[in-house]
Design a protein around this ligand. Structure first.
Ligand SMILES: *[C@@H]1O[C@H](CO)[C@@H](O)[C@H](O)[C@H]1NC(C)=O
Ligand SMILES: *[C@@H]1O[C@H](CO)[C@@H](O)[C@H](O)[C@H]1NC(C)=O
Ligand SMILES: *[C@@H]1O[C@H](CO)[C@@H](O)[C@H](O)[C@H]1NC(C)=O
Ligand SMILES: *[C@@H]1O[C@H](CO)[C@@H](O)[C@H](O)[C@H]1NC(C)=O
Length: 188
Protein backbone atom coordinates (compact mmCIF):
# COMPACT_ATOMS: atom_id res chain seq x y z
CA UNK A 1 0.00 0.00 0.00
CA UNK A 2 2.78 2.34 0.99
CA UNK A 3 4.75 1.45 -2.14
CA UNK A 4 1.70 2.03 -4.29
CA UNK A 5 1.35 5.50 -2.86
CA UNK A 6 4.99 6.24 -3.68
CA UNK A 7 4.58 5.09 -7.26
CA UNK A 8 1.67 7.41 -7.84
CA UNK A 9 3.40 10.26 -6.07
CA UNK A 10 6.56 9.98 -8.16
CA UNK A 11 4.72 9.70 -11.42
CA UNK A 12 2.70 12.78 -10.62
CA UNK A 13 5.74 14.78 -9.59
CA UNK A 14 7.84 13.74 -12.56
CA UNK A 15 5.09 14.29 -15.06
CA UNK A 16 4.41 17.71 -13.64
CA UNK A 17 8.08 18.68 -13.72
CA UNK A 18 8.80 17.29 -17.16
CA UNK A 19 5.65 18.93 -18.46
CA UNK A 20 7.11 22.21 -17.30
CA UNK A 21 10.34 21.55 -19.12
CA UNK A 22 8.53 20.85 -22.36
CA UNK A 23 6.86 24.25 -22.13
CA UNK A 24 10.27 25.87 -21.77
CA UNK A 25 9.41 27.22 -18.34
CA UNK A 26 12.26 27.09 -15.82
CA UNK A 27 13.69 23.67 -15.33
CA UNK A 28 12.91 22.32 -11.89
CA UNK A 29 13.55 18.92 -10.36
CA UNK A 30 14.76 20.39 -7.11
CA UNK A 31 14.00 17.67 -4.64
CA UNK A 32 14.81 17.95 -0.98
CA UNK A 33 14.77 15.16 1.57
CA UNK A 34 16.07 14.58 5.07
CA UNK A 35 14.29 11.33 5.93
CA UNK A 36 16.87 8.77 4.76
CA UNK A 37 20.55 8.17 4.04
CA UNK A 38 21.98 7.08 0.70
CA UNK A 39 25.04 4.85 0.69
CA UNK A 40 26.59 4.75 -2.77
CA UNK A 41 28.21 1.40 -3.57
CA UNK A 42 29.79 1.31 -7.00
CA UNK A 43 29.44 2.38 -10.59
CA UNK A 44 29.83 0.22 -13.68
CA UNK A 45 30.27 1.28 -17.25
CA UNK A 46 27.96 -0.97 -19.25
CA UNK A 47 28.79 0.19 -22.78
CA UNK A 48 29.53 3.20 -24.92
CA UNK A 49 29.18 4.11 -28.56
CA UNK A 50 32.50 4.67 -30.35
CA UNK A 51 30.77 7.04 -32.73
CA UNK A 52 30.41 9.59 -29.91
CA UNK A 53 32.93 8.60 -27.28
CA UNK A 54 36.61 7.94 -27.88
CA UNK A 55 37.26 6.83 -24.37
CA UNK A 56 35.51 6.53 -21.03
CA UNK A 57 36.57 4.93 -17.80
CA UNK A 58 34.78 4.87 -14.45
CA UNK A 59 36.54 3.85 -11.30
CA UNK A 60 34.66 3.61 -8.02
CA UNK A 61 36.55 3.42 -4.77
CA UNK A 62 36.01 3.65 -1.04
CA UNK A 63 35.98 7.33 -0.14
CA UNK A 64 35.54 7.03 3.60
CA UNK A 65 34.17 4.45 5.99
CA UNK A 66 30.68 4.38 4.50
CA UNK A 67 30.74 6.03 1.11
CA UNK A 68 32.04 5.16 -2.30
CA UNK A 69 33.11 7.85 -4.72
CA UNK A 70 33.85 7.66 -8.40
CA UNK A 71 36.43 9.00 -10.82
CA UNK A 72 35.41 9.33 -14.44
CA UNK A 73 37.79 10.03 -17.32
CA UNK A 74 36.30 10.56 -20.76
CA UNK A 75 36.93 11.93 -24.20
CA UNK A 76 34.11 12.80 -26.58
CA UNK A 77 34.23 12.53 -30.32
CA UNK A 78 31.74 15.36 -30.98
CA UNK A 79 31.08 18.89 -29.79
CA UNK A 80 27.32 19.07 -29.18
CA UNK A 81 27.39 17.70 -25.67
CA UNK A 82 24.81 20.29 -24.64
CA UNK A 83 22.31 18.22 -26.64
CA UNK A 84 22.87 15.04 -24.65
CA UNK A 85 19.84 13.76 -22.79
CA UNK A 86 20.08 11.62 -19.70
CA UNK A 87 17.44 8.94 -19.19
CA UNK A 88 17.50 7.79 -15.60
CA UNK A 89 15.70 4.57 -14.69
CA UNK A 90 15.56 3.16 -11.16
CA UNK A 91 15.49 -0.57 -10.36
CA UNK A 92 14.89 -1.87 -6.84
CA UNK A 93 16.36 -5.11 -5.51
CA UNK A 94 13.48 -7.48 -4.65
CA UNK A 95 13.47 -11.29 -4.45
CA UNK A 96 17.05 -11.64 -5.64
CA UNK A 97 16.96 -9.37 -8.64
CA UNK A 98 16.75 -5.75 -9.64
CA UNK A 99 13.20 -5.03 -10.73
CA UNK A 100 11.73 -2.11 -12.58
CA UNK A 101 10.87 0.72 -10.19
CA UNK A 102 8.64 3.49 -11.47
CA UNK A 103 11.06 6.35 -11.41
CA UNK A 104 12.19 7.33 -14.83
CA UNK A 105 13.07 10.75 -16.08
CA UNK A 106 14.57 12.08 -19.26
CA UNK A 107 16.30 15.43 -18.99
CA UNK A 108 18.80 17.48 -20.90
CA UNK A 109 22.07 16.57 -19.16
CA UNK A 110 23.59 20.07 -19.22
CA UNK A 111 20.40 21.68 -17.96
CA UNK A 112 20.16 19.09 -15.20
CA UNK A 113 23.76 19.81 -14.25
CA UNK A 114 23.17 23.57 -14.29
CA UNK A 115 20.06 23.14 -12.14
CA UNK A 116 21.98 20.89 -9.71
CA UNK A 117 19.38 18.12 -10.05
CA UNK A 118 20.02 15.46 -7.39
CA UNK A 119 23.17 17.31 -6.35
CA UNK A 120 24.94 16.89 -9.70
CA UNK A 121 27.07 19.98 -9.02
CA UNK A 122 29.31 17.77 -6.96
CA UNK A 123 30.70 16.32 -10.18
CA UNK A 124 32.21 19.73 -11.05
CA UNK A 125 34.09 20.14 -7.78
CA UNK A 126 37.12 17.96 -8.44
CA UNK A 127 38.93 17.62 -11.75
CA UNK A 128 38.72 19.67 -14.93
CA UNK A 129 35.15 19.12 -16.05
CA UNK A 130 34.12 22.35 -14.39
CA UNK A 131 31.06 23.09 -16.50
CA UNK A 132 29.14 21.43 -19.30
CA UNK A 133 31.58 22.20 -22.06
CA UNK A 134 33.25 18.99 -23.20
CA UNK A 135 35.20 19.64 -26.40
CA UNK A 136 35.75 17.01 -29.03
CA UNK A 137 39.07 15.23 -28.62
CA UNK A 138 39.88 16.62 -25.15
CA UNK A 139 40.14 14.41 -22.12
CA UNK A 140 38.22 15.34 -18.98
CA UNK A 141 38.66 14.01 -15.50
CA UNK A 142 35.97 14.04 -12.80
CA UNK A 143 37.23 12.94 -9.42
CA UNK A 144 36.02 12.10 -5.92
CA UNK A 145 32.43 12.37 -7.12
CA UNK A 146 29.98 11.55 -4.37
CA UNK A 147 26.28 12.17 -4.17
CA UNK A 148 24.31 14.84 -2.38
CA UNK A 149 21.63 12.79 -0.68
CA UNK A 150 19.68 15.85 0.48
CA UNK A 151 18.78 16.48 -3.17
CA UNK A 152 17.16 13.08 -3.68
CA UNK A 153 13.39 12.57 -3.97
CA UNK A 154 11.68 12.39 -0.57
CA UNK A 155 10.00 9.27 0.84
CA UNK A 156 11.96 6.70 -1.17
CA UNK A 157 11.27 3.13 -0.02
CA UNK A 158 14.28 1.71 1.82
CA UNK A 159 16.34 -0.89 0.00
CA UNK A 160 19.00 -1.48 -2.62
CA UNK A 161 18.75 0.21 -5.97
CA UNK A 162 20.34 0.11 -9.36
CA UNK A 163 20.15 3.42 -11.18
CA UNK A 164 20.61 3.03 -14.90
CA UNK A 165 21.81 6.16 -16.65
CA UNK A 166 21.49 6.16 -20.44
CA UNK A 167 23.00 9.10 -22.28
CA UNK A 168 21.35 9.82 -25.61
CA UNK A 169 22.24 12.10 -28.49
CA UNK A 170 18.91 12.58 -30.22
CA UNK A 171 17.79 9.01 -31.05
CA UNK A 172 21.22 7.43 -30.60
CA UNK A 173 22.70 5.93 -27.48
CA UNK A 174 25.96 7.48 -26.29
CA UNK A 175 26.64 5.45 -23.16
CA UNK A 176 25.02 3.38 -20.42
CA UNK A 177 26.27 3.55 -16.85
CA UNK A 178 24.83 1.73 -13.82
CA UNK A 179 25.16 3.03 -10.28
CA UNK A 180 24.33 0.94 -7.23
CA UNK A 181 23.22 2.46 -3.94
CA UNK A 182 21.39 1.63 -0.76
CA UNK A 183 18.71 3.71 0.92
CA UNK A 184 18.65 3.38 4.68
CA UNK A 185 16.86 4.93 7.64
CA UNK A 186 18.72 7.87 9.14
CA UNK A 187 19.65 6.08 12.33
CA UNK A 188 20.19 2.33 12.46
C1 LIG B 1 31.74 10.19 3.96
O1 LIG B 1 31.72 11.18 2.96
C2 LIG B 1 30.43 11.70 2.68
C3 LIG B 1 30.53 12.61 1.47
O2 LIG B 1 31.46 13.63 1.64
C4 LIG B 1 29.88 12.39 3.91
O3 LIG B 1 28.57 12.88 3.65
C5 LIG B 1 29.83 11.38 5.06
O4 LIG B 1 29.42 12.04 6.24
C6 LIG B 1 31.20 10.75 5.27
N1 LIG B 1 31.07 9.67 6.24
C7 LIG B 1 31.97 9.47 7.21
C8 LIG B 1 31.72 8.31 8.11
O5 LIG B 1 32.95 10.20 7.33
C1 LIG C 1 40.44 13.17 -4.07
O1 LIG C 1 40.61 12.01 -3.26
C2 LIG C 1 41.98 11.59 -3.13
C3 LIG C 1 41.99 10.32 -2.32
O2 LIG C 1 41.20 9.34 -2.92
C4 LIG C 1 42.77 12.70 -2.45
O3 LIG C 1 44.12 12.31 -2.39
C5 LIG C 1 42.64 14.00 -3.22
O4 LIG C 1 43.25 15.05 -2.51
C6 LIG C 1 41.18 14.37 -3.45
N1 LIG C 1 41.12 15.53 -4.31
C7 LIG C 1 40.26 16.52 -4.16
C8 LIG C 1 40.39 17.69 -5.08
O5 LIG C 1 39.35 16.50 -3.31
C1 LIG D 1 42.06 17.19 -17.64
O1 LIG D 1 42.82 16.41 -16.72
C2 LIG D 1 43.31 15.20 -17.28
C3 LIG D 1 43.92 14.34 -16.18
O2 LIG D 1 44.27 15.06 -15.06
C4 LIG D 1 44.30 15.55 -18.38
O3 LIG D 1 44.82 14.36 -18.95
C5 LIG D 1 43.59 16.36 -19.46
O4 LIG D 1 44.47 16.76 -20.46
C6 LIG D 1 42.90 17.58 -18.85
N1 LIG D 1 42.03 18.14 -19.86
C7 LIG D 1 41.95 19.44 -20.15
C8 LIG D 1 40.95 19.85 -21.19
O5 LIG D 1 42.63 20.28 -19.57
C1 LIG E 1 40.77 9.63 -8.37
O1 LIG E 1 41.25 10.88 -8.87
C2 LIG E 1 42.06 11.57 -7.93
C3 LIG E 1 42.39 12.93 -8.51
O2 LIG E 1 42.93 12.80 -9.81
C4 LIG E 1 43.32 10.75 -7.63
O3 LIG E 1 44.08 11.42 -6.64
C5 LIG E 1 42.90 9.38 -7.09
O4 LIG E 1 44.04 8.57 -6.95
C6 LIG E 1 41.94 8.70 -8.06
N1 LIG E 1 41.46 7.46 -7.45
C7 LIG E 1 41.42 6.30 -8.10
C8 LIG E 1 40.92 5.13 -7.34
O5 LIG E 1 41.79 6.20 -9.26
Amino acid sequence: MKLHFCKIWFLLVLEAKLGEENNNTPFNLNFFQNDYRVIPHHVELVRYNKKFVNYIETRSFKYNRTCAAVNVTFQLNFNQNNEIHAVVQFYKFLSNEYRYFPIRCAVNACKALAANVMGLHKMLECGNFTRCHGQKGKTYHICNWTIDESKFPPRMPRGSYKIELTLMYHEEEVSVINAFAEILDLQP
